[in-house]
Design a protein around this ligand. Sequence first.
Ligand code: UN1
Length: 493
Amino acid sequence: MELMNFINGEWQKAEGAEFTAVLNPANGEELARVQLSKAADVDRAAAAAKAAQKHWAKVPAPKRASYLYEIGRLMKERKEQLAQVLTKEMGKVIEEGRGEVQEGIDMAFYMAGEGRRLFGETVPSELENKFAMSIRAPIGVVGLITPWNFPVAIATWKSFPAIVAGNTFLWKPATETPMMAYEMAKIFKEAGLPDGVANIVFGSGSEVGTAMIDHPDIRVISFTGSTDTGRKVAEACGRNLKKVSLEMGGKNAVIVMDDADLDLAVEGILWSAFGTAGQRCTACSRVIVHKAVKEELQSKLLERMETLTMGDGLDESVKIGPVINKQALEKIHSYIGIGQEEGARLAAGGKIMAEAPYDKGNYYAPTLFTDVTPDMRIAQEEIFGPVISMIEVGSFEEAVDVNNQVIYGLSSSIFTQDVNRVFAAQRDLDTGIVYVNAGTTGAEIHLPFGGTKGTGNGHRDSGVAALDVFTEWKSVYVDYSGKLQRAQIDNEI
Ligand code: UN1
């Protein structure tokens, strides 16, 4: 299968049309070929999106929302098929594939509801016989750049608010996972979304991403990916005075206090550290444990880690799937040497699974480092794989300090039974998402998603906050006094 761009409601061959293979990370099989587009393809898509937006902005928001209801309905009808495609191209286990598709369905229905809200404010004017209100106006054509770890959910966090708010979009999915985008294009078409509202251009960040960022008609860039790339995106958008929303790395921690339910904490750690083979921005990669329970937690964790089954995510009994590609395997593995050189103790894992039946795919053994100190690179840098660094602390205050001593601020979690600590923790943990007695993953779509410091730039995906990215505030004053009234001068307050 050759995946072509989706522009103006049609499948279009890219300029020059080079193709690259899409590989199943579980076994190396070629699933499809995807084209690598050029700047000229971005121009074409942007022109279609611009032409469509003129009309789309005037379609009443509840009517725009009706397409989202239909998109959500189609996704629901095809949930299993979509989950299968997702697991094949991305590698996450099928249960998580279904969960991710559900996240997209939830987003469709939630944002469809916004079609009848999109609230602005009506406020009293300071002058007599004058009416004042603020409304959310569409921005125009928006550019969406999405990662391979959540090929559909993250795309829905961005595209659905863009649609309901009256924008049209150009979406560049990750080259590793274009098949979900292809499936979504089919759904957009079947749902009757007018041509040009949704456009998909496949290709690399350096070619297609750069062309999007530099395109004068693309007014917003919403990006999810690494902090290094995000910084470059922000710099280029800054030069172009373009609004940019960034969702980047994490170094998320689970804090386990001395009064925690340790069995529950172990389950929370396992799920958030090894689910999606550790390849979530929200994945737990540090465990900050009170010294009074460290030994017990460690032995319980090691015991449970041994029970985790690894393999092709399509097998329902498998708990850990492969990582995305060979480069990811190498990167993850490089941190084993780094951690050992720094003096951490490798308590489990630390190896690429090179023997059959794992040799054809990209499998990494679940890994635990203990005796980690907060300044070590394995405690500071995003590894994006199934690797936990365990750090011992002596108090709640120290745990919070260690949690906050990283450049990232996406998600954090604390296991404790003490209500006072719970409230202090949600105040003091410097992350955009805080969990109590749960792991670091599992954000729901109707809340803002994003982080502080090196994780973001102040914007949020999903939730009602996403509308702030895809709308411009417009303040409207209607003077019905029939005379010239000057604000700040003619009012006598
Ligand atoms: C991501 O890892 O980039 O909260 C997204 C979660 C998921 C979304 C993760 N709902 O883990």
